[in-house]
Design a protein around this ligand. Structure first.
Ligand code: FPP
Length: 249
């Protein structure tokens, strides 16, 4: 597939409102390369990345997407320098405080998936506060994946299920695909219909491994800070042109 680095002129009137993906997953990649290209410090790339996420949350709400799951910090991201990790954690804290009220007013329900408990008590408290503050909202569910790994998520599910079998709460014969889905961090949420990854990388990077079984993939060379509503519309338009057989004929 040729990935042309062109500016998108797509508007939402291109879209079929009856076929909007219910759940979009995004791998927000390219913040550091964006900073480098603009001769700016790394933190400015991540700050622009956070601004981009803000726009895309708003756009998903406008377009009628029901769930957006954004990969904000992977388990592998701990390998980055201490300074960069501090910048990212500070940005989470800053944006949670700054945007909590806006999320609430926009009807967005905020949830964290992953292992936020390993990200410090202060940040964990901000996550919890935002989750509780927006808990009754239903326009859009924003899942922020932090300290997240898809294999760890499956491992956690296996442990939870095994414990229930051990306690006699579950029979082996009751374990099926639905039961596994119900023990993932995304329990109760429909699987992603569309995965968007920016920055030209063509891989899944341990993101929502179980849930992505039938997702459509859309890749763009645009760096995450440059990803705008028109690009989201372009991705959805492309999705709408695909034939989703979901394993059938
Ligand atoms: C990807 O670009 C971004 C990250 C690994 C994490 C940071 C994400 C954000 C700041 C957006 C979300 C923010 C908030 C506040 C919710 P990269 O650093 O991998 O860039 P590269 O691919 O160019 O190296």
């Amino acid at each position: 597939m040729a990935l042309a680095k062109t500016k998108s002129v797509f508007s939402e009137s291109f879209l079929d409102p009856s076929n909007i993906p219910q759940h979009i997953a995004v791998i927000m990649d390219g913040n550091r390369r964006w900073a480098k290209e603009h001769h700016l410090p790394v933190w400015e790339g991540h700050r622009k990345g956070a601004e981009s996420l803000k726009q895309i949350v708003e756009s998903c709400g406008d377009l009628g997407v029901k769930v957006l799951t954004a990969y904000a910090f992977s388990k592998e991201n701990w390998k980055r320098s201490k300074e960069e990790i501090e910048i990212i954690l500070h940005l989470f804290d800053f944006y949670l405080r700054k945007e909590r009220e806006n999320l609430y007013r926009a009807g967005v329900r905020f949830r964290v998936i992953g292992h936020p408990q390993e990200m410090g008590e202060k940040l964990q408290a901000e996550f919890k506060k935002t989750e509780e503050y927006t808990a009754e909202n239903s326009k859009l569910l924003l899942n922020l994946a932090v300290n997240y790994g898809g294999r760890t998520e499956m491992l956690d599910a296996v442990k939870k299920i095994s414990q229930k079998v051990k306690n006699g709460e579950l029979e082996l014969s009751q374990i099926d695909e639905n039961l596994i889905s119900d023990h993932l961090y995304t329990a109760g949420v429909p699987d992603p219909d569309l995965l968007i990854r920016t920055s030209g990388e063509l891989r899944i990077s341990n993101f929502l491994l179980w849930q992505m079984a039938y997702a459509e993939f859309w890749f763009t060379p645009l760096l995450w800070p440059d990803f705008k509503k028109a690009d989201l519309v372009k991705a959805i338009a492309d999705y709408q042109g695909r034939s989703r057989r979901l394993g059938g004929s």
